[in-house]
Write a protein that binds this ligand. Structure first.
Ligand code: BES
Ligand code: MN
Ligand code: ZN
Length: 493
């Protein structure tokens, strides 16, 4: 059952009833703030017994003594707090959630530890950790006896007004990440191309303009590469174009393009059965773009941004595309289909062409769960980064370090490009056994002109995610925080 968390900030805080959380540091494991709710000194005893030293990310908690105002008191280790990064504060917030999940009313006493930004980061981490996708669970889980419920968390801080201000943009980030995770976690029977497009359309409520291209319109635009992937599906394809105008009217937009294969069976080159259910997440790129656009609009980012997502389902069928088929992309370049399971690049190439032709963007970044090979190369801790622009590449790497949604640059080179030359068409859609992620990137590059461009292969980072202090969900929402940070740090004046 689901849980909703309401965050607020206050200069003063009532500590009667519920749970009180305080930070502990290496120099002061039991802070003055903690002592203020524990006149009898029970915490000192607890700390001694449990060995809590204030070490970063450690926790301890007690049932409050009878004469204390609170029901429970918990301590979360902040180590040496002046040294913590934004992401570490988020992790502290995530740890905090593990203590409060059974509570109803929570007061976090920060005293004078941590800046307003740190408090806001803790709240963001707490929200991200609290996310769970349980839409289809009809039974209550063990640690949520009350079913669907609300937890209110009040952060007490000297400068509550600044905390509140800092948190506003974090709330937008939390909501964008939640949207991306929800979209990836949703099964494909619920979220087809039409349904996904409708979810994108919903963003108009945030002051964005969203256009949806139908199959007919895409045919007119000659997007034969994208449409070829969709041939085997009874569900029609869509393309959603999200426009956020937060900058000066004539500023060129930043463009984000996402692969949205709502389910990837492989098509006629069908995938093995084992693990195929994971291919409901093959729209992780489109989900990240949609989540990012949500965040940018919700925090009223001072940029012009375009989000374009190609939405199709890759199915085997009598009408499906075959190996050996040759399609003409919107760019005019022809593609020989070698393997119908290399469909993501076919969807992206037309979306990239459309994006550049129509919007002439300042930069263009595409995200895609593109290759299994990127997981072989980098595992689940870095996304593959390919770019024609060193500056953009460095900015992305830096945003990756800040958000800990990390990227690792991989090569582009004419020698790899040769591997996708075709006997029958301008190129083929696979490059053979070696360097699978690179040849996929080389394919995309053939559809990119002079625009500074980056391709993020997020097959290893968007889904099947390892549990962390700020994510326990199968879908991580990878890309939303990374690109929000990129925009914030480089393009907002
Ligand atoms: N959607 C897959 C890539 C993928 C695999 C994403 C595992 C997430 C987890 C993509 O469409 C695909 O099937 N790629 C093929 C390409 C090959 C046929 C050249 C692959 O990686 O095997
Ligand atoms: Mn595939
Ligand atoms: Zn795919």
């Amino acid at each position: 059952m689901s849980m909703s968390i309401e965050i607020s900030f206050s200069k003063t805080a009532k500590t009667t009833g519920g749970l009180v959380v305080a930070l502990g540091t290496l120099t002061e494991p039991v802070s003055a703030a903690a002592r203020s709710v524990d006149p009898a000194g029970q915490l000192d005893k607890a700390v001694k017994v449990s060995g809590f030293t204030g070490k970063l990310f450690s926790t301890t908690d007690i049932i409050a003594p009878v004469d204390a105002p609170a029901d429970r008191i918990a301590l979360v280790g902040a180590g040496d707090p002046v040294k913590l990064t934004a992401h570490e504060w988020m992790r502290v917030g995530g740890k905090m959630f593990t203590l409060i999940r059974k509570a109803g009313k929570v007061t976090v006493l920060l005293g004078d530890t941590g800046t307003p930004e740190a408090a806001a980061d803790m709240a963001l981490g707490l929200l991200m950790r609290a996310y769970s996708f349980d839409l289809y669970k009809t039974k209550k889980s063990d640690d949520d006896e009350n079913g669907s419920r609300k937890i209110s968390v009040v952060f007490q801080h000297e400068d509550a007004a600044s905390c509140k201000k800092a948190f506003a943009s974090r709330q937008a980030v939390a909501d964008g990440v939640k949207l991306a995770r929800d979209l990836v976690n949703e099964p494909a029977n619920v979220l087809g191309p039409v349904e996904f497009a409708a979810r994108a359309k919903d963003l108009e409520a945030l002051g964005m303009e969203v256009e949806i291209l139908t199959e007919k319109e895409m045919k007119k635009l000659k997007m034969e590469a994208l449409l070829g992937v969709s041939l085997g599906s009874v569900r029609p394809p869509r393309m959603a174009i999200m426009k956020w105008q937060g900058g000066k009217p004539k500023d060129k937009p930043l463009a984000f393009v996402g692969k949205g294969v709502v389910f990837d069976t492989g098509g006629i080159s069908i995938k093995p059965a084992a693990g195929m259910e994971d291919m409901k997440g093959d729209m992780g790129g489109a989900a990240a773009v949609t989540g990012l656009m949500h965040t940018l609009a919700a925090r009223k980012a001072k940029v012009n941004a375009i989000g374009i997502i190609g939405l199709v389902e890759n199915m085997p069928d009598g009408a499906a595309q075959r190996p050996g088929d040759i399609v003409r992309s919107m760019s005019g370049q022809t593609i020989e289909i070698i393997n119908t399971d290399a469909e993501g690049r076919l969807v992206l190439c037309d979306a990239l062409t459309y994006c550049q032709d129509r919007f002439k963007p300042e930069i263009m970044i595409n995200l895609a769960t593109l290759t299994g090979a990127v997981m072989v190369a980098l595992g689940q801790h870095h996304a593959g980064l390919f770019s024609n622009d060193d500056k953009l590449s460095e900015a992305l790497s830096k945003a990756g370090e800040v958000t800990q949604e990390r990227v690792w640059r991989m090569p582009l080179d004419p020698a790899y490009d040769k591997m996708i030359d075709s006997k029958f068409a301008d190129m083929k859609n696979t490059g053979g056994r070696y360097a699978g992620s690179i040849t996929a990137a080389q394919f995309l590059k053939r559809f990119v002109g002079e625009t500074p461009w980056a391709h993020l292969d997020i097959a290893g980072t968007a889904m099947g995610s390892p549990s962390t202090d700020i994510n326990q969900s199968w879908a991580s929402g990878f890309g939303v925080r990374l690109l929000d940070e990129l925009v914030r740090a480089n393009y907002e004046g």
